[in-house]
Design a protein around this ligand. Sequence first.
Ligand code: GRG
Length: 292
Amino acid sequence: MLDLLVPSLTPFLEQIEHKLNKLFPPLTGNTQVLRESLRYSLLNGGKRLRALLCLTVAKMLGGDPSAALIPACSLELIHTYSLVHDDLPCMDDDDYRRGRLTCHKVYGEATALLTGDLLLTRAFELLAKAPHLTAEQRLSLITVLSSHIGDRGLILGQDLDLRSTDHIEETLSEIHLNKTGALIAASAEFGAISAGAPPDVRTLLNHFGFELGLAFQIMDDVLDITSTEKRGGSRYSDLANQKTTYVTLLGVEEAKLKAEETLAGALDRLGQLDGNKEELILLAKRFVYRLK
Ligand code: GRG
């Protein structure tokens, strides 16, 4: 198997988990149920790829790692919000996520809806109050995140996915770039903003993130068919839902090639940056090949 060990990954993962736990400790009283459902959804073994991407980019650009930690955590809140809502009966109607029952299966639909809303709201609150950053950086983070999850990003992607009736590659890549790529692009740009990088570097990392997100999603389609491991939902879930995927369009081998070419395109962009990019390159590969 690929040897893609990233030295900073374990300490970063520990910092992310520790901070998320500290931000959302167990509560009693009238917020108890909501807090339990939030903790159930957020603190349950996600790979934290978006947060890791933010921290790795910030490190690569020479930023203060403590400045990037809250932005990194806010990305995991948004990602979890999208998963909780995506699993609802009115969306993908999934019973399992990260190997256990989905939020609505445990807490009911209304609480799951509110849990997603809460994660979304608290993510922006965290950014508004993020320490070690200037007011301008906080505003940039909020602007980037809102534009990448709204109707020019994640929410648009989900809507296109729910509505799409044609089965062509162009539609599929538009869905993936918005639904998956936008938050990954925001994650890479978050690292750049936290490190105080100039606009051209932010833009380059944003484009890198979109392409990485597309590679990640194409590989997701491949792994849905080929993985022996039980992943987020269930194996063959795309097939069972009769969804158009890169595999149904291109076949497994071509789709895998497409994911690898797209990843190579993303990595090529990094050639325009100074500094040591090794850890970011390894993380991007781990991202696409879903290594823990
Ligand atoms: C409902 C507002 C709303 C948006 C839904 C992003 C999205 C749009 C839904 C999420 C479901 C989904 C299948 C997204 C595609 C991206 C993907 C493969 C997510 C899983 O990401 P991982 O592998 O998950 O990083 P972990 O569990 O490791 O965090």
